[in-house]
Design a protein around this ligand. Sequence first.
Ligand code: EPZ
Length: 422
Amino acid sequence: MTYLKILGQKKLKGSIDISGAKNASLPLIAAMILAKDEVLIKNIPNVVDINTLLKLIVKLGGTFNKKDNKLRISTKALNSTKANYDIVKTMRASILVLGPLLARFGHCEVSLPGGCAIGQRPVDLHLKALEQMGAKITINHGYIEAVCKDGLKGAKIVFDKVTVGGTENILMAASLAKGETVIINAAKEPEVIQLCEVLKDAGVEIQGIGTSKLIIQGTNKKLLNIKSFSIIPDRIEAGTYMCAAAITKCELTINKIIPLHLEAIISKLEEMNCKLIQNETSITIIPTNDIKPVNIITSEYPGFPTDMQAQFMALATQANGTSTIDERLFENRFMHVSELLRLGANIQLNGNIATINGTPNKLNATDVMATDLRASSALVLCALVAKGQTNIHRIYHLDRGYENLDKKLKNIGAEVSRSNKT
Ligand code: EPZ
């Protein structure tokens, strides 16, 4: 199987252009089920998760054409409402077709996604909210069977927990429902905001965008006139490369970003003693030779993102002192710890809190295994500073969410290549 070889301790220099956000693209592709006509989406990242969702759209009867980060997609001819296990099992975000399929057709069957490496990740909040909107939901042979003969009706939904995917699913369902839906305790992530804005541009009345209370007036099954739009930059990809600058102590400029989306990440890098020069769409990281330890608690946006936790753990291994990371969103998102230990890091785990005893320049290259997408990027970061050649196995995890990672790293001077040899 293909693995990534990284020769550590190379000097990096230059700039990196950030791709469109995977986690904004996925709900927006699902939202195309609500569209009347073909839609052109720009700045789509070329990553495996996007291709997986497009495969599902094709299985449902949709069509698409993707070239140079431009995606033309049409769901006019959808003729199936079943999302099969073979696709859903490979990508949990497939659950995002549930709300739009049900709202448009009044029935659908979507495979239950099951657990994943970072935790149990139930979808109970999505289902409860759809039931409140009038859907009858049964779980049969591992499939969610949802029916609402007379269409979904607006309702007041109070999410027990802030859920990104749950908010997105209900936003899409509410757009075609009859009457007003109020979502209380909605997620405020930039990716949720972009979904709201695209739906609003298509004529759906939405109040409270960017707040925890969203009020949506549904079109009563009238399909939407969705206009062409461009995907927002990937804040997690940007944060990962900002950590690459900090960990290698090399100045890098990160282009094509929205600095406002990166505030929690910027603030932690500053606490760790890095200087950041911000422009409207770029940030230059002036690293420090004396990385300070940091304490991080993951939370919903605008707090520190769980999707950046592993990368900051990698960075904390190079700090002068002891850092802590308290993971509050997912119960099993420390799978990277045992791999970082193999590289020579000193980390203790106690429940959902990791204590990282940093010592600069102590990592030694070895073979490591990627366990999930962000865990993989932590291994890449450590490999950039480890002595010798690190081989990162199971890199299909990386390809799910980082566009052209090898090329982007090579362009700034890293020695990175892929190999199939055993
Ligand atoms: C989204 O996942 C992202 N995925 C994740 O990105 C990200 O880690 C996560 O939000 C948190 O920011 C996409 O956007 C495609 P949630 P999602 O529903 O929507 C619990 C990456 O690396 N919960 O906000 O699935 C859940 O178990 C990833 O790109 C329920 O209990 O996350 C978790 O503890 C992986 N019941 C918390 O809520 C539900 O019905 C937040 O999950 C739904 C969620």
